[in-house]
Each structure stands twice: as structure tokens, then as C-alpha cells.
Design a protein around this ligand. Structure first.
Ligand code: ZN
Length: 287
């Protein structure tokens, strides 16, 4: 299957999938009981709610091409054993092959941006060569929001960053990491935007080119239902109330506007728009 891609003015975004995980909604969002999800079934189906009533979490990288630069946004789980996460890393070695098949050379990547440092966003920062973890994208600057990097570097809880020493530390040691502000500009068309809550230094990615606009969510949402139920917590949130306020702010900015919202974990069409409906908000996929 051809890789999905979207044009935003002169910029282009291409999705390279690592894996997809199907789960009961409460496995992702504890408040997403069958009854609560059922209220949204009409607009979630078929892409965002399976016939069995499950959510599908897609783990993918998004490659942004802008002004001659190639930027990888989030690098998935990678292929390394992850204590506590079962077989989530199994079979992921296909990612680098699929990345190349999508037309991207890892040596030609200019920037790697991790929206946050949870393990499923940093995995392919590095790869194993001769028993050592080395940067997968040797010609890239790796951008980490400074507050995010400092938070996790000093955190005693490693449960959400079990691969940190293999995925982040080697990049820093290789001198390829840049600690940047949350509103850092990568190109004239692509910039970061602070979107705290899921993690303290979480950033989204804004793309604006020739009057068109897109937002790459990172994990400010994990599933489109969080645009309708902005206050639903996600198990791995650092501060769920703050994450809810961040989503509400983004709805004020992008609801019923042409901004293309590209979900970092959205399955199927992955991109769409936030639309007002029945006094609330829904996500309408762009097929
Ligand atoms: Zn994630």
C-alpha cells in the first residue's frame, strides 16, 4: 500500500507506520466505557472504532518535507526488548525497510523531533550496530524540548521511558541533540507549539504554508474521541487536567477551521478536521 501523505501548501507530510495495536477503549482511556464510547459511535465508525468496539492505536512516524528539509516527527517504539510492554516491539524491524521504501534515506534526514520522550516516540532515534546503540539518522539534529528533556532526565520513574538510556542518551552523547524552546521554529513553515499536559514539555507541530495549515498532535490526543471528551484522562498523562485544558484551547483555535489535524496515534485516515456538532465537537476524517 502506498504511504499516506498530505500536502499543506508547499510542505508535505508522509506517514510511515511501524505497528498497530487494537485494544479495548478503557485500555487507553479509563473513562471510555462501552456506553460512553457508544454515544460517539456514529462518527467514530468505521475508522476509529472497530466492529468489536475496540480502538486501534497506530504507531507511526510522520516525515515533514519543508523548504528542502526533511523532518522526522516521532520515531515509534523501535526494536528492543521493553520490560513491562510485552511484545510491543516485536516485528518492528520492518520499520527501517518501510521508511526506505517510502523514499526516505535515513542519512538524508535533517531533523528528528520527538513531541515528547515516552518510549513510543523515541524508539528509532537509535539502532543497534555491533552491539552499540547509535543514532539512526546520523546527519540530523535531534530536537528535544528543553523542559521535556530536563523533566525525564531527572525523573526517578522510568516506567514510561524504559529505553531512555538506549534512545536518548546515545544521541546526546553523539553531540546530535539540540535542547530547544517549546515554540522553536524549524523552517519558515514548521514550528513547535507548547502543548503541555500529557507530559510537562510536550510539543505539537504546526505547519503553515501558502495559506494552508496543519497540526501534528503528538500525544495531546491519543484518539479522536478526545476532541469530543476533552477531559478524559489517559493513563500515562503527567497532568490530565492540564492536557484537557490544552485540548480545549486547540479546539478554540482550530475547531470549524480549515486546519488539517494529523494524529500521531490515529489509525486509518489519520488526518481530518475538528468540527462542531450538536453543541459539542467531533473529528471528521479526511478520506
Ligand atoms: Zn504515544
Amino acid at each position: 500500500m502506498a504511504n499516506q501523505s498530505w500536502s499543506i501548501g508547499n510542505a508535505k507530510v508522509t506517514k510511515v507506520v511501524e505497528t498497530q495495536v487494537e485494544m479495548p477503549p478503557t485500555g487507553l482511556l479509563p473513562e471510555a466505557t462501552p456506553e460512553a464510547v457508544g454515544r460517539h459511535a456514529a462518527w467514530l465508525q468505521p475508522h476509529f472504532l472497530t466492529e468489536k468496539g475496540h480502538f486501534t492505536l497506530s504507531i507511526h512516524a510522520l516525515v515533514v518535507e519543508s523548504e528542502g528539509r526533511k523532518i522526522v516527527v516521532d520515531t515509534c517504539v523501535g526494536d528492543r526488548p521493553l520490560p513491562g510492554y510485552g511484545d510491543m516491539a516485536e516485528g518492528n524491524e520492518v520499520f527501517l525497510r518501510d521508511f526506505a521504501a517510502a523514499g526516505f534515506e535515513r542519512e538524508a534526514i535533517d531533523f528528528v523531533l520527538c513531541t515528547h520522550l515516552h518510549f513510543d516516540h523515541v524508539g528509532w532515534n537509535t539502532m543497534l550496530v555491533d552491539g552499540r546503540w547509535v543514532p539512526t539518522f546520523p546527519g540530523a539534529r535531534y530536537l528535544f524540548a528543553r523542559s521535556e528533556y530536563e523533566h525525564w532526565s531527572n525523573s526517578e520513574d522510568r516506567s514510561l521511558i524504559p529505553s531512555f538510556e538506549d534512545t536518548v542518551t546515545p544521541v546526546v552523547d553523539a553531540g546530535l541533540a539540540d535542547l530547544v524552546d517549546g515554540d522553536h521554529k524549524i523552517t519558515g513553515e514548521v514550528r513547535l507549539e507548547p502543548t503541555p499536559g500529557h507530559t510537562p514539555g510536550h510539543v505539537a507541530v504546526r505547519i503553515e504554508s501558502r495559506g494552508e495549515s496543519a497540526l501534528i498532535t503528538g500525544d495531546l490526543t491519543h484518539h479522536p474521541i478526545q476532541w469530543a471528551e476533552t477531559e478524559w484522562a489517559m493513563g500515562a498523562d503527567s497532568d490530565s487536567a492540564q492536557a484537557g485544558r490544552t485540548r480545549q484551547r486547540l479546539i478554540r483555535e482550530h475547531g470549524d477551521r480549515p486546519t488539517l489535524v494529523i494524529g500521531t496515534h490515529y489509525a486509518g485516515p489519520t488526518a481530518g478536521h475538528i468540527r462542531g456538532a450538536d453543541g459539542g465537537w467531533i473529528f471528521v476524517a479526511q478520506d
